[in-house]
Design a protein around this ligand. Structure first.
Ligand SMILES: [Zn+2]
Length: 229
C-alpha cells in the first residue's frame, strides 16, 4: 500500500466569495464591499496571516468575511489541517502529531488534531487502520476500553481500541450509548480489519458479545489500555 496525500493549498491572492449569502435564512446574491484589507492571523505551515475582506448582503444587511482559497473561519489553514489528518493517518497519536508539528514551530494542540480527524470523517480513520494493518502486519491482541465523560451535561462513552502489544492507538470513537449493538457496530469491523485473534477488555458484557460475534477469543484484563492519546 502506498499513501498519496493531497494537501489543500493556501492561495492568499485567490479570494473565494460565496455566490449566495452564507446566512441560513437568506438567499441574497448581491453584495457591497464593507471593509477591505483586514489582516487576519493564520496558523499555517508557511504564512502567518492573510488578508480578508468583509462585504454586506444587500438582501439582509448582514456582513460576512470573504476568505482566500484554503482559509476558513478557523484559526488554522486547510493546509495545516490536512497535515494533522495525514500524520494521524500514518499512525501517529493525537499528542504525537502535536509534538511533531511543534518541532516545526506550528502550534496545534491534540484536541484540535482530534477535531480535525473527526471532521475528515470515517475515511481518514479507515485509512489509518488499513495503513497500520499494512505496515505492521496483524494486530493479534486488541485492547478496548470504555470510559465516560460529561459533555454539555450529557454522559458520552469514549471507546478506545489499542494494539495489545504496544498500546498503540488504533481507534477512538464517541459512542451514543453503551448498548452492545452500538459497541459491536464500532468494534467488530475493526477487529476483522486488523485480523485480531484476541479482544482484551474489562468484564463488561458487551465486549464478550462483540468478541463472540467477531469470532475472536475474549480475555478479561482490567488495566490493559495504556493511554496513548
Ligand atoms: Zn443575506
Amino acid at each position: 500500500m502506498r499513501l498519496r496525500a493531497r494537501i489543500p493549498p493556501v492561495e492568499p491572492a485567490v479570494m473565494l466569495p460565496p455566490a449566495i449569502c452564507p446566512y441560513d435564512n437568506c438567499q441574497g446574491q448581491f453584495f457591497k464591499d464593507h471593509q477591505l484589507h483586514c489582516k487576519r492571523p493564520l496558523r499555517d505551515t508557511t504564512i502567518d496571516h492573510v488578508v480578508v475582506y468583509r462585504r454586506r448582503c444587500l438582501s439582509c444587511g448582514r456582513t460576512h468575511r470573504v476568505y482566500p482559497h484554503g482559509v476558513s473561519r478557523a484559526q488554522q489553514s486547510d493546509r495545516l489541517k490536512g497535515h494533522t489528518v495525514l500524520l494521524y493517518t500514518l499512525g501517529i497519536s493525537y499528542r504525537g502529531v502535536e509534538d511533531f508539528l511543534a518541532t516545526f514551530g506550528h502550534r496545534v494542540d491534540h484536541t484540535t488534531v482530534y477535531r480535525n480527524v473527526q471532521a475528515a470523517g470515517e475515511a481518514a480513520r479507515q485509512l489509518r487502520q488499513t495503513w497500520l494493518h499494512h505496515i505492521r502486519g496483524k494486530v493479534a491482541v486488541v485492547g478496548s476500553d470504555l470510559t465516560y465523560v460529561r459533555s454539555n451535561g450529557e454522559q458520552v462513552a469514549v471507546a478506545v481500541a489499542v494494539d495489545g502489544a504496544d498500546g498503540m492507538m488504533l481507534d477512538i470513537e464517541l459512542l451514543d450509548n453503551q448498548e452492545t449493538e452500538t459497541l459491536k457496530g464500532w468494534l467488530e469491523p475493526l477487529l476483522k480489519l486488523v485480523g485480531a485473534e484476541v479482544l482484551s477488555s474489562d468484564d463488561q458484557d458487551g465486549f464478550k458479545a462483540v468478541a463472540d460475534a467477531a469470532g475472536v477469543s475474549h480475555q478479561i484484563c482490567r488495566r490493559h489500555v495504556t493511554r496513548n492519546d
